[in-house]
Design a protein around this ligand. Structure first.
Ligand SMILES: [Zn+2]
Length: 421
């Protein structure tokens, strides 16, 4: 948000009834209706042409009639959600989508996940992501997810780690239990300087230890964890530290935009961004971060929250990204079609009943099926205004390939202040 708050305090004014300048008629009313804004994020939905689809992409083959209708009356283009030289993660991409330039604000992924756990870091503290991992006797990273323990089982072990190596041992280090194999270590600022390899990048390969000034302390802690994790019933053998950073200083969304924002997601990184920007994070029971997520529940959360007074609502669905990582083409197409039938269709109808609205749809990065990981490529975006007909287009990678990419963090401004393009 380097260019100042877009669209602050500029509610659209609509006249209802007879024109106010007409004489002699019944009294007219001037209603100030605030426009409702929705941001739709099908995580990782963008892809590449696939031979098994005859050179088409999942977005091109999925049946998405509502999306097609919206694109035909909106504006499509490409957004560079991942700034140059930055890693294509959901932390970076979603920060862009919320209007914050990651090149300026991003400090690491762990502090965002720490925020999702309700941790606030002082300036002298650094957060590390702490995976429970399984490393084989020959030093191979066998499982970056440590056999997928339940959150409850993992929490016992994390508590023991904190007692023996962290808070209980006066080391200045704290272990905080998160979800399943994903936990957080908070350490003194002097622990920050190290290069750490994400464990999911090491699957089946030698577990490459951290290097850099703080590496000896990290390695000591990781080594020390073996006795405790190894003695537990978990399949994990130790902890793995990575993704460190100081707490990012993100101006609150309402101050940056003049709009009250809220979001729904099952993913800690997105939830953490909501916490750090002081948006309302709406929790629904059926949000799983998986193919079986409650699409209608997210749609209804958006409509309910907007009706209750929020101006901006972000709907994040992880399923398309998980399908990309799994290389599961059928699930990716199914997730796209679920977006259309189970979110967009009813969302448009519900928004129409609330008044004027604008919608932005784009993923936080691409997760191509063949690559099974994220890429830095610009992604297609769609902007729709309920009252202004756009140039129209088709929402696919191919149809937008010729557009000059817009920096991702500028898309929010385009959503909120359409006249300032
Ligand atoms: Zn992903």
């Amino acid at each position: 948000m380097t260019s100042g708050p877009p669209g602050v305090g500029r509610p659209r004014v609509r006249w209802r009834g007879r024109h106010p300048m007409s004489f002699g008629g019944p009294r007219t009313t001037c209603e100030t209706e605030r426009v409702k804004y929705v941001i739709c994020v099908p995580d990782g939905c963008a892809d590449e042409p696939l031979a098994r689809l005859g050179g088409r992409t999942p977005l091109e083959v999925a049946s998405m009639p509502t999306l097609a209708r919206l694109a035909a009356r909106g504006e499509v283009g490409r957004a560079a959600v991942i700034p140059p030289k930055m890693a294509p993660g959901s932390d970076v991409g979603n920060m862009s989508i919320l209007g914050y330039d990651p090149a300026r604000y991003h400090t690491g992924r762990a502090p965002i996940e720490a925020a999702a756990l309700g941790l606030r870091l002082g300036p002298d503290r650094v957060a590390y992501r702490c995976n429970l991992v399984t490393i084989g006797p020959d030093g191979t990273m066998v499982d970056f997810a440590g056999g997928h323990p339940t959150s409850e089982d993992a929490a016992h072990v994390v508590r023991d780690l904190d007692a023996e190596l962290g808070s209980g041992a006066g080391t200045g280090v704290e272990f905080h239990a998160g979800v399943q194999y994903r936990h957080i270590v908070v350490a003194p600022a002097s622990w920050a300087e190290a290069h750490c390899v994400p464990p999911h990048d090491l699957s089946g390969h030698p577990a490459l230890l951290p290097y850099g000034p703080a590496a000896p302390r990290l390695i000591e802690l990781m080594d020390g964890s073996r006795a405790i994790v190894g003695a537990s019933p978990l399949a994990a053998t130790q902890v793995w530290l990575w993704g460190q950073g100081f707490q990012p200083q993100l101006p609150p969304f309402v101050e940056a935009t003049g709009r009250h924002g809220a979001l729904v997601t099952a993913v800690d990184l997105v939830r953490g961004l909501g916490v750090l920007t002081r948006m309302d994070v709406v929790e629904i029971p059926g949000a799983t971060g998986w193919f079986d997520t409650d699409y209608e529940g997210k749609r209804d959360a958006a409509l309910r929250t907007l009706a209750d007074g929020a101006d901006v609502f972000l709907v994040h669905v992880e399923a398309t990204d998980e399908a990309g990582h799994a290389g599961d083409l059928d699930e990716k197409i199914k997730a796209l079609e679920a977006w259309d039938a189970r979110i967009l269709d009813g969302l448009v109808e519900g928004l129409d009943s609330l008044g004027p609205w604008r919608l932005l749809l784009l993923p936080d990065h691409a997760t191509p099926i063949e690559r099974r990981t994220h890429t830095t490529d610009p992604v297609p975006y769609l902007l729709v205004d309920s009252e202004i007909e756009g140039p129209g287009g088709v929402y696919t990678e191919r149809a937008t390939a010729g557009s000059a990419p817009v920096p991702g963090h500028e898309m929010l401004g385009r959503l909120l202040a359409p006249g300032r393009r």
